[in-house]
Design a protein around this ligand. Sequence first.
Ligand code: URA
Length: 434
Amino acid sequence: MRAYDVILKKRDGHELSEAEIEFMVDGFVKGEIPDYQMAAFLMTIYFKHMNAEERYNLTEIMAKSGDSIDLSFVPGIKVDKHSTGGVGDKTTLVLAPMVASCGLPVAKMSGRGLGHTGGTIDKLEAIPGFKTSLTETEFKKSVKDHLIAVVGQTANLAPADKKIYALRDVTATVDEISLISSSIMSKKLAAGADAIVLDVKVGSGAFMKDIASATDLARAMVDIGKKHGKAMVALITDMDKPLGYTVGNAIEVEEAIDTLKGKGPADLEVLCIELGAQMLKLGKITGTLDTARKMLEDSIESGKAIEKMKEMIESQGGNSSVVDDTALLGISKNAFELKSWKDGYVTSMNAEGIGIASMKLGAGRETKEDKIDLSVGIRLSKKTGDSVKVGETLCTFYYNSEEKLKATIEVVRASYILSDVKPQKTKIVHGVVE
Ligand code: URA
């Protein structure tokens, strides 16, 4: 077999066999196929796409390129959740304690932030003392004793995806449905869950800018998972504005804690209840979504969810007093308020712009090697749909470097579209793909 012939076949729009896909992926991982041929191959997929069978094979080959996690020590059905990435997305911080407090074990590996999207592991590290890297024994003990552990990815999951993603990132081949779905699902399959709830974001802060393409992506991932014998559900959820009112690390933990106490923003709470209900149902904790929603609402009202957050923090070596005193999170004291320049409404927001601004402030990474500042971030006072008056605060920057603040203000200003037009209310969940 020759890489040239496989590229040509896909370039001309034909279906590739499992052996041909395996030849390309394995050859690239082993260094036998050079970057330029793999880049051309990825570009042919970008333009000619893959059908369901090809996507299934690509996912399987990438999933098997590294370790597989054995979650057999976790009792019952193992349910995982994955978000395609957004701005202000602190869902896991809220969802994990909520569902664990309802009896569903959470043994979760999460990622770090890159580019305009944040990562759960960075956020958790804003909690003083919290260890995101546990030994296998500690991880298992935390799940056994407390039904919860959230750690960074230590195992070598889907290394083929890692190598291919790095090439996609520099060849404008990230945003293609076959490539995204196989990339995400290869890691999810290797992570060992029986059931997966996907949170597929749509809007200005997401990969998928419209509901039709987000639904196609969700369908592709659900189909891949089902073909691998996993129970799957995907929610299509709004990312046309940041989720909640905070973007950063420590500042997002603070909002997650407020939400677990029942004092969080409505969009975040509703999203966590909807995703959590799907998780409880797939985990057979309860038979219907309505009873699952009720259990989750009760977990907040009764204080069980915030207690579980405390338990998780303690079991992972952190200072659980942050739950009662969020000043311990160390959000920067240097604050700058951006004021409205117009009377009217926030007609729309560029969520990606807010994510980029937070990154430039120091809360995120432009490249994997960048160090981040957990104490900086942006608190929104106004979001899409809110009315504004000249001189009112749109948002507050918490910063540590004047230079970085300067580089950020204009990005945020340009991300707020203010006008006389009051936009229509949008839903947080746009659809469900099963
Ligand atoms: N996240 C991934 O892991 N892979 C993609 O291709 C896109 C988002």
